[in-house]
Write a protein that binds this ligand. Structure first.
Ligand SMILES: C[S@@+](CC[C@H](N)C(=O)[O-])C[C@H]1O[C@@H](n2cnc3c(N)ncnc32)[C@H](O)[C@@H]1O
Length: 347
């Protein structure tokens, strides 16, 4: 595997948010500051004196002081004469506010798994799967049947995957030239965010997203909001059981195959090969196993830590593609907040 250039290029600038999401109490304080309007206030008035902060504050002085102390220790603000100002570093990170909010919600939603079920995760993976916030959040079974309840449950996690893809997608585009493709199938393509990113950049690409029915319903609205309904269409179904359309010159799996055990992932890759026109390309953009150390695991990585059994290195994919008759695959390592790889192989 070769290593791509991993300097902080513009498409990787979003990684600066991680500095403010490293420790639970400080990250939780940041979420509170966003929810309570303190971050907006500080973004509007720099610096903000204590009287202005107190006037806008709903609680008691001790609550405000604790919040400001946690924000200061986290590098979000600097204290100035009792008041506060956003640090330059946090003001830059605030350009990625949607991602900060998504990562905070994601980690907070799973905090109970760390507190109450981490022993189970380590020693009894099946027990964890039966009784964890993680698998309660990602209820793919609820995305199969349309109902108002299933729509609400599915929206919760699609918002998170969409926010991550909004930033991971452009990194993939910076490492792979999509311009030569015309008909692209994104399997497990979720809200269509990645397909839309490709279509926005490359005027001649048309994308098809193959995903579960409720996810597709959410995706259609999302893509319409982006003004790309004419170029990104949705195919609702079960990619393991339902027939696939064919004749694509690119089939993508982005952060999809890790959800499946080897036998299912292999079956999906075999189906992808059938869906490709001769000479077409398979593209996998996936997380590798998360690297522990030398520092502590940041709070923002809690979801990926809980998923640690899911991520395979690129070697398994390279070997499986060879077994399935693809031309030799190439995999490039991409360092994001965890290591990813970008694999391509042609039929
Ligand atoms: C971890 S998410 C990744 C989504 C997106 N590709 C991304 O990078 O954010 C996995 C996606 O696979 C979809 N999925 C799960 N089971 C599926 C199935 N049997 N057929 C098609 N899509 C499926 C999920 O609905 C979800 O959108």
């Amino acid at each position: 595997m070769t290593t791509g250039g991993n300097e902080r290029a513009p498409e990787r600038e979003y990684l600066c948010v991680e500095a403010f999401l490293a420790t639970p109490a400080e990250a939780r304080a940041l979420r509170a500051a966003i929810e309570l309007g303190v971050i907006d206030l500080l973004a509007r008035s720099a610096p903000c004196d204590l009287a202005t902060l107190q006037a806008a504050w709903r609680g008691d002085y001790r609550g405000l002081e604790l919040l400001l102390s946690l924000l200061a220790v986290n590098g979000v603000i600097e204290r100035r004469d009792g008041g506060a100002v956003l640090t330059e570093a946090f003001a830059r990170a605030l350009r990625f506010r949607d991602l900060i909010e998504a990562k905070l919600h994601f980690a907070d939603a799973l905090a109970g798994d760390l507190a109450d079920r981490f022993t189970l995760l380590l020693a009894d993976p099946d027990g964890f799967q039966r009784d964890s916030r993680l698998f309660e959040l990602f209820r793919y079974d609820l995305a199969c049947q349309r109902s108002p309840e299933n729509l609400a449950a599915t929206r919760r996690w699609v918002a998170l995957t969409t926010a991550l893809t909004r930033y991971e997608g452009p990194v993939c585009l910076s490492r792979y030239d999509f311009s030569r493709h015309r008909r692209v199938l994104d399997v497990g393509g979720n809200s269509g965010e990645f397909a839309a990113t490709i279509c926005r950049r490359h005027a001649r690409v048309e994308g098809v997203v193959f995903d579960l029915p409720v996810v597709c319903d959410i995706g259609r609205d999302h893509v319409e909001g982006l003004g790309l309904s004419g170029r990104v269409s949705f195919l609702p179904g079960d990619a393991l059981a339902d027939p696939w359309p064919g004749g694509f010159d690119l089939v993508i799996f982005k952060s999809m195959l890790h959800d499946w055990p080897d036998s299912h992932a292999r079956a999906l890759l075999a189906r992808a090969r059938q869906a490709l026109a001769p000479g077409g390309t398979l593209l996998i953009f996936e997380r590798s196993p998360i690297a522990i150390g030398p520092g502590a695991v940041p709070y923002s990585l809690l979801p990926m830590l809980l998923l640690f059994r899911s991520f395979r290195g690129p070697g398994w994919y390279v070997d499986t593609c060879a077994d399935l008759g693809f031309a030799p695959a190439t995999a490039v390592r991409v360092e994001l907040e965890t290591p990813f790889f970008l694999l391509t192989a042609s039929r």
